[in-house]
Design a protein around this ligand. Sequence first.
Ligand code: FAD
Length: 390
Amino acid sequence: MIDFELSKNDKKVLDALREESLIARKYARFYDENEHEFPPQQLPEAKDHPSFIRQMADRTAEDSGGSVMSTLIAMGSTWGDYSVRLRRQESGLGNSALKAAGTPEQIEKWGKLTLAMAITEPGCGSDPSQVRTTAVLDGDHWVINGEKIFVTTGCRAEGVVVWATLDRAAGRAGIKSFLIEKGTPGFIVAHKEKKLGIRADDTAAYVFEDCRIPRGNLLGGNEEIPKEGSGGFRGVMKTFNMTRPMVAALGLGMAEAALDFTRDKLREAGVEIAYDGHIITQPAAAARFIELEAEFEAAKLTMLRAAWLSDKGEPNNMEASVSKAKAGTAVRVITQGCIALLGPLGVSREHLLEKWFRDVRITDIYEGTGEIQRMIIARTLLDYTRDELN
Ligand SMILES: Cc1cc2nc3c(=O)[nH]c(=O)nc-3n(C[C@H](O)[C@H](O)[C@H](O)COP(=O)(O)OP(=O)(O)OC[C@H]3O[C@@H](n4cnc5c(N)ncnc54)[C@H](O)[C@@H]3O)c2cc1C
């Protein structure tokens, strides 16, 4: 039986996170307008804020098996601001890849670093089998050459998991991931990307020029290029089964903020939202608002289901894609709908709604666009191979 009922302790943690989030929100506009600045690792208020709340949040996520509570914690954080937090998280997408595909020795050695993940290149995004960055074995070293763009946490990260091909002719099977530490000669952080939304978030472009790394830095350690199948590719792709519900959560936190703001403003304007009333008896604004809330609840439920399956150790490949595809669309519809309901208040830079509208757009882009998620869902439902449906 699926049960999303929260314990008293979980509720306490989430309430406390809201408090933290309100503090972070005070800084949201500044870092949106000053894109080149980095929000600090800790906001000044962090020292006055009881650290037991964060410890409790971390412990609860682990105790509950992880994913369900982690998604709710992620939602609670972005409800304040996507990029500004009282205290910043110290792991990146590369840490999830390390956990999913690294050897015990690699996990031990690299797990202490914040790791970004660099797949996307100019000309290669949705179809990572087109990766052009190369890895060539030279004695006891790999030599990496190539260019990566839009790397989340790319400036702050202490290292990165980079996707590169050993042999382009081998397609997917030839792609491997490599662990590279910042400061390695030939690893250049080219610039911080300029973006529509989540502007304070640190997204970087990298260049690798004859970057030599030890042979043991191949993630998972398997150098073989299999004749059939996708080799190491599948192992690293598994990362997304854990992270896609988290992406849904990050977007839904902002959508919830937009709904809460809009509800308050509608009420201030005298619009009564009667949840037990029939739709035809509601003012048009209230009826539309309830539709947006329903959209939010539906997306949240798909997210919780994907996370719940992960906690039970059951396959959630399709559900992870459903949650991301559903949230990616829902957060756009919701924030756009809130702007439509509030008119000038919705687009004014005096408030954060216009920012949330820009910030949520990323939900449907990174870690596989909405179109790619729908293709994964269709393949699973129809039992098609990648070659039969691409
Ligand atoms: C803020 C931000 C952070 C990011 N962080 C990271 C990161 O940390 N690491 C990383 O590696 N990348 C990251 N990315 C890159 C992101 O994952 C890619 O932008 C995304 O995968 C899409 O790739 P693309 O931009 O090359 O678009 P393309 O692959 O060129 O796609 C363009 C359009 O075509 C559609 N499309 C493509 N193929 C198909 C198909 N077969 N059927 C139907 N439609 C299709 C896509 O959905 C999209 O709408 C980030 C991007 C942004 C904006």
